[in-house]
Write a protein that binds this ligand. Structure first.
Ligand code: PLP
Ligand code: ZN
Length: 419
């Protein structure tokens, strides 16, 4: 790396004013969100395809485009999850060219949130924080708890009290302080803003949000590299705050800007669950005003954010790329989970069910043409949201340990492969 810093400033998304690279997230003049700004000319010469390909297989191979000063000190192994060609699912959906970006196996906590936390906690250390925290719908809490434990940082994770057991246990086990709030995510988030004003704590998605958010770009970077350095025609992304979708858009445009991929038409589509779909509702109305959902009602708790911080920007990313938004019922979510599992052997959490179900609707209605390339972003593992699907996949066949009993149950269907 050269001695010119690649990551130069924070910049307001609204007015463009520059800010120093500190633990701040809002513009003082217009309350616009601050975002990392880079020196793309310096990056262009440092970050060639060859240079990247020679680096370790983690999200940090794109380090010039991440908002930290030094080497990663938290989560150096995160990312570079499989991009799977999904021929079986493609056949079922009636499309030609389909891939799954499989973040159900992201290291170490089995969701894409390890990407954002790796960046946020590396930056938290650079800024001198000893205590880190987050407001979470579950996966972020898991990742902050795990990564803080290994980085020897003290952590607090604040979550709605009614989350799935897998998500709660998946934070408690690391020895973090888990704080369950009686109320929906929006109230958890508001409390976190108040705490962040009072204490010197690095809240990954509050005062460290500009750093956190950039970690999501690596999902987009990996998709392009794994496709052989090209942008897929369609990308389907599930939305909570809308940040991941916005950052995949930023990732695609940055690779175009520094010449790593060719500029081609592409569309990014957003997916939500019917019981909490403020962003897709605004998109369908043709508006960019996101009306809050006061009481989310869906099994998809990881996406249940009633007042999405980046909803406005997600809408702009979809519009700019001629993408669309869709939502689906809880019943369709379960069908989506089973469809992905039974065709590709990938067990996704409820958010993944949303992505699959909404992609199916976009394909069936012709909004995604059947002959164009499609990537589905599958963001978290199904073992963490078991109560959503338990009882919906049948039950085991119970028999005694007896060959006769096995024969009477399965002998007929196995007849064809008899010795
Ligand atoms: C957090 C999360 C998302 C998307 O979150 P954004 O706030 O939109 O960036 C998607 N899937 C899962 C499983 C998540 O935990
Ligand atoms: Zn501003």
């Amino acid at each position: 790396m050269s001695d010119r810093p690649f990551f130069s400033n924070l910049r307001c998304r609204e007015c463009g004013r520059l800010y120093p690279k500190e633990a701040i997230h809002i513009c003082e003049f217009d309350f616009g969100p601050l975002e990392a700004a880079y020196d793309y000319d310096a990056i262009r010469s440092s970050m060639t395809r060859q240079a990247v390909e020679a680096r370790p297989r983690s999200m940090w191979r794109y380090r010039e485009l991440l908002p930290v000063d030094g080497a990663p000190t938290v989560g150096a192994q995160v990312g570079f999850t499989p991009l799977v060609r999904a021929s079986n699912l493609a056949a079922r959906l009636g499309v030609a060219d389909l891939f799954i970006k499989n973040d159900t196996v992201n290291y170490p906590t089995l969701s894409f949130k390890d990407r954002v936390v790796s960046v946020a906690l590396t930056r938290a250390r650079e800024l001198g924080f000893d205590v880190v925290a987050c407001a979470s719908t579950g996966n972020l809490a898991n990742s902050v708890a795990a990564n803080a434990a290994s980085a020897k940082l003290k952590s607090y994770v604040l979550i709605p009290a009614d989350l799935e057991q897998g998500k709660v246990l998946g934070s408690l086990v690391y020895g973090t302080q888990v704080v369950g709030i009686h109320g929906p995510y929006d109230q958890v988030n508001r409390l976190c803003s108040e705490i962040a004003q009072k204490y010197h704590v690095g809240f990954v998605n509050v005062n460290l949000r500009p750093y956190y958010a950039e970690g999501s770009k690596t999902m987009g970077f990996e998709i392009m590299e794994q496709l052989g350095w090209r942008i897929p025609r369609h990308t389907v992304v599930c939305m909570a705050s809308g940040s991941l979708l916005t950052k995949i858009h930023k990732a695609y445009s940055e690779f175009i800007k520094i010449g790593l991929v060719e500029e081609v038409p592409y569309s990014i589509h957003g997916a939500q669950a019917h019981g909490c779909c403020p962003i897709s509702t605004a998109m369908k109305r043709g508006s960019d005003i996101v009306k809050p959902v006061a009481e989310p009602k869906t099994i998809v708790k990881s996406l249940a954010i009633g007042t999405p911080a980046d909803g406005y920007y997600a809408i702009h990313s979809m519009r700019q790329t001629e993408g669309v938004a869709e939502d689906c019922t809880d019943e369709e979510v379960l069908e989506g989970i089973r469809l992905l599992a039974s065709t590709e052997g990938i067990f996704a959490e409820t958010a993944g069910g949303v992505t699959v179900a909404c992609a199916k609707k976009l394909i069936d209605s012709g909004r995604i043409p059947r002959n164009e390339s499609i990537v589905l972003c599958i963001t978290g593992h199904g073992l963490k949201t078991q109560e959503a699907i338990v009882g919906n996949c049948g039950e085991p066949q119970l028999i005694s340990p007896s060959l006769r009993e096995f024969d009477s149950r399965f002998g007929e269907e196995l007849g064809a492969v008899k010795k």
